[in-house]
Design a protein around this ligand. Sequence first.
Ligand code: NAP
Ligand code: MG
Length: 403
Amino acid sequence: MATDGKIKMRTPLVEMDGDEMTRIIWQMVKDDLILPCVDLRTEYFDLGLSHRDETDDQVTRDAAEATRRLGVAVKCATITPNAQRVEEYGLKRMWKSPNGTIRGLLDGTVFRTPIVVRGIEPQVRSWRRPITIARHSYGDVYQNAELRVDGPGTAELVFTGDDGTQARRTIHRFEGPGVIQGMHNLDASIRSFATSCFEYALSARQDLWFATKDTISKTYDHRFKDVFGEIFEDGYRERFAAAGIEYFYTLIDDAVARVMRSEGGFVWACKNYDGDVMSDMLSSAFGSLAMMTSVLASPQGQFEFEAAHGTVTRHYYRHLKGETTSTNSVATIFAWSGALRKRGELDGTPELTAFADRLERATIDTIEGGQMTGDLARITSLPNVQTLDTEGFILAVAKRLRA
Ligand code: NAP
Ligand code: MG
């Protein structure tokens, strides 16, 4: 603590501002919750859509570069433009998703974790602690090649090396019409994914689960299993043992059955399609997209924290008309607390880590004390709930933080 009572930071955070309702919340969270307690140091990047357009999206690449340099970033939700947004904002181009650009530059994996509070019960009764899902975001069915064929005929899988050598397999001898699909993945991408998962599990001090269908897919899925196994043996077995955590591999159907019977409290690494499906199952079973945080972790150990939801456009248009909104800021608050905690851990500043814990505690206590935004008030099992507006909720958290 310094003489002004504010917590000092050794290294700045990368701060990526964003769009619409979450941009409004961003400022409130800083003004009401962070700045009164922390002598905040950030390198600020305005990823608001207009500024991305003005800079030809250079600001997004600069922000990713700064994250590589400083190691920890916090990001506000941003608009991914479509044709309607190009018109609304008079854009020069339909810029790519900032999250996609940043993920590409950091070569990272996204980890999503529900924020668990009393009064918003998971649909699965055995779940006591959050389950974090890590989805591989390259290849498989998302970058496939497909054909519809009339038959009769023979479908083959052919690889032609640049030296002219060929490898081939018969897929099927068709006697009538049908469909064919080819897909791929890369050792390098699987390796980055595995490394990000092992790093994240160590940093969260939680077991890592991974599952594929290697009994059926004896080459493709088996490659995933082998890469994870090799990386674990080479770099992580001892570190996991020292941290008191485990790496656990099983078949995907067995994993699903075990997840449903588990108490939670682990990281679940999923192949691309499994992650797509299972992350929606987990987020809705845990209660609400507005109560889900998201962190991009690179294989080099850099972290970018954000909310899992978008810019909440419908609420923003109401806000612009001067109407009262009740937008949930919990995931944005936790993006800040996650980034501040990680900064504190890396810098060895326990006051900052402790502040992150206090901020999260105050947020959870506010909800468990019966004060919440409308989205939670509609689903909570708590009695006598007080529904607050957007800033009212943040001020209620601020009051508890001061107490
Ligand atoms: P969204 O912003 O997540 O909102 C969808 C709906 O979910 C909202 O209309 C609201 O429902 C509810 N909701 C989400 N977050 C909430 C919160 N914090 N508090 C209360 N309710 C919440 O998704 P979207 O409308 O599909 O996308 C809007 C913009 O966000 C798009 O331009 C998209 O490109 C962008 N986006 C960005 C990210 C990111 O930066 N990571 C992720 C996804 C989408 P009700 O209206 O029924 O209250
Ligand atoms: Mg999906």
